[in-house]
Design a protein around this ligand. Structure first.
Ligand code: NAP
Ligand code: HSE
Length: 440
């Protein structure tokens, strides 16, 4: 029995999916039952890396959703609209949906899940986070017996590819970003990658699954790598760290009325070279889940690109196809596979979080400056792990007779560190805070 697939989009991911469906040999036998019935694109004349049967392509995505031969709708077109409306249209027609669109799910996941629940159809999103890494299904199912304390990870392939090449080759940021676009890793608008928005979408989704309730995407503190200075990547390496764009969702407590308090954020972070996430290079992603009683479990693999992402999309299609094959849809939705919500969550400001800090200051090069900085830290109860002075003879040496002072603090409460930083900024000898990065 064949199952009709409608593809919305035939770009990087869509073409990867079509390539798998066209070559079922050696894969799970159910793949051979999946038949591409219709495909929507914007531009019919654009050359495609896969050969499709005559008449499959069209420029009307609604017609793909509405086509009676299409039983599963696969949304891989990206963007918020018309993607959201098309997903809702498919659900309203009783058709299950597979999507890789984290931007839509992070913002409208609640609305979509409610509609899907009401209609009794699945909306599966494995490809939305971590590219080819199975992480959505493990969080929904395999780790369900745990209390999750923290989910942290490198969940944007483009930025990890850029940072890895900057660190390994001293490659220029712009050139490496162009390579990431060419390789199909970057979003249509790569600002979402480099400014941290894509990682914030993904950590919103992971937090929602880990803690059982939607999180407010707009409230996630987000900083990308677009303002990261190559000097800091270099100094970090000299001090024994690598810089990664980290996304973190941490359970920090519970309100009296049972609302879960979460600290969720995205920012460049210094990781000690021996940290499990420090060895994740190139387009690879890794997600570290810490829970009780599992302890730590890490998921690693390619985080973007046609093949890996299509692997995750096809896994979701197969899940739906498998349930259909045993007639399971009529028995209602499996609560472990469908998106379910059992908690309310709210984000906190992170002022209580404890971590180390990397600080680069541009200062006057004169006696006593390091002492004054040390006094500010001391007065605020912040302990210094290391303090190094570099001469400002390279880029950033705008000041006459300037110095660069790089400080790594010991672990300290964020609020306390901010107090010390305010006092340091007010010192006459301190021209500017050139960089301030969290450090694990
Ligand atoms: P892409 O290469 O830009 O492809 C988008 C496809 O959708 C194109 O085929 C485009 O048609 C079609 N499309 C866009 N708007 C349309 C419209 N209004 N009507 C009809 N067709 C339309 O994007 P992608 O990289 O494959 O990403 C697709 C989705 O997967 C996004 O949500 C993205 O965030 C997500 N994702 C991507 C990756 C990755 O590695 N690339 C990984 C995980 C998740 P034309 O070809 O004619 O322009
Ligand atoms: N642009 C995204 C990334 C694609 O680089 O990680 C995978 O979601």
């Amino acid at each position: 029995m064949t199952i009709g697939i409608g593809l919305l989009g035939l770009g990087t991911v869509g073409a990867g999916v079509a390539a798998i469906l066209a070559t079922p040999q050696g894969r799970h036998p159910l793949v051979a039952d999946l038949e591409l019935k219709r495909v929507a694109v914007r531009d019919l004349a654009r050359p495609r890396p896969v050969a499709l049967a005559e008449g499959l392509l069209c420029t009307d995505p609604e017609a793909v959703v509405d086509d009676p031969a299409v039983e599963i709708v696969v949304e891989v077109m990206g963007g918020l609209e018309p993607a959201r409306s098309l997903i809702l249209r498919a659900i309203a027609a009783g058709k299950p949906v597979v999507t890789a669109n984290k931007a839509v799910i992070a913002r409208y996941g609640d609305e979509i899940a409610a509609a899907a629940q009401a209609q009794g159809v699945y909306v599966l999103i494995e490809a939305a986070v971590g590219g080819g890494i199975p992480i959505i299904e493990p969080l929904k199912q395999s780790l369900g017996g745990n209390r999750i304390q923290r989910v942290s990870g490198i969940i944007n392939g483009t930025t990890n590819y850029i940072l890895s090449r900057m660190a390994a080759e001293g490659a220029a940021y712009g050139a490496v970003l162009a390579d990431a676009q060419q390789l199909g890793y970057a979003e249509a608008d790569p600002a979402a990658d480099v400014q941290g928005g894509d990682a914030a979408d993904k950590i919103a989704i992971l937090a929602g699954l880990a803690y059982g309730g939607p999180v407010d995407r707009a409230a996630i503190a987000t900083e990308g790598i677009d303002r990261l200075d190559a000097r800091d990547v270099d100094y970090a390496a000299r001090l024994g760290f690598v810089v990664k764009l980290l996304a973190v969702a941490e359970h920090v407590g519970q309100d009296d009325d049972g609302v879960q308090k979460l600290d969720v954020r995205v920012h460049p972070t210094l990781l000690p070279k021996h940290h499990p996430l420090a060895g994740v290079h190139g387009v690879n992603n890794a997600i570290l889940v810490e829970g009780d009683p599992i302890g730590q479990v890490m998921f690693f693999g390619p985080g973007a690109g046609a093949g890996p992402t299509a692997s995750a999309v096809v896994a979701d299609i197969l899940n739906i196809a498998g349930i259909r094959q045993v007639g399971g849809a009529s028995a209602g939705l499996d609560p472990l596979l469908a998106a379910s919500s059992w908690n309310r969550c709210r984000l906190v400001d992170g002022l209580d979080s404890q971590h180390r800090n990397y600080l680069r200051l541009l200062t006057r090069d004169e006696a006593g400056v390091i002492g004054q900085i040390g006094s500010c830290f001391g007065a605020a109860g912040v302990s210094i792990q290391s303090i190094v002075q570099y001469e400002t003879d390279g880029p950033g040496a705008e000041m006459a007779a300037g110095a660069e002072i790089v400080v790594i603090t010991h672990q300290v409460q964020e609020a306390r560190f901010r107090g010390a930083l305010a006092a340091i900024k007010a010192l006459d000898a301190v021209e500017s805070v050139a960089a301030c990065l969290r450090t694990l």
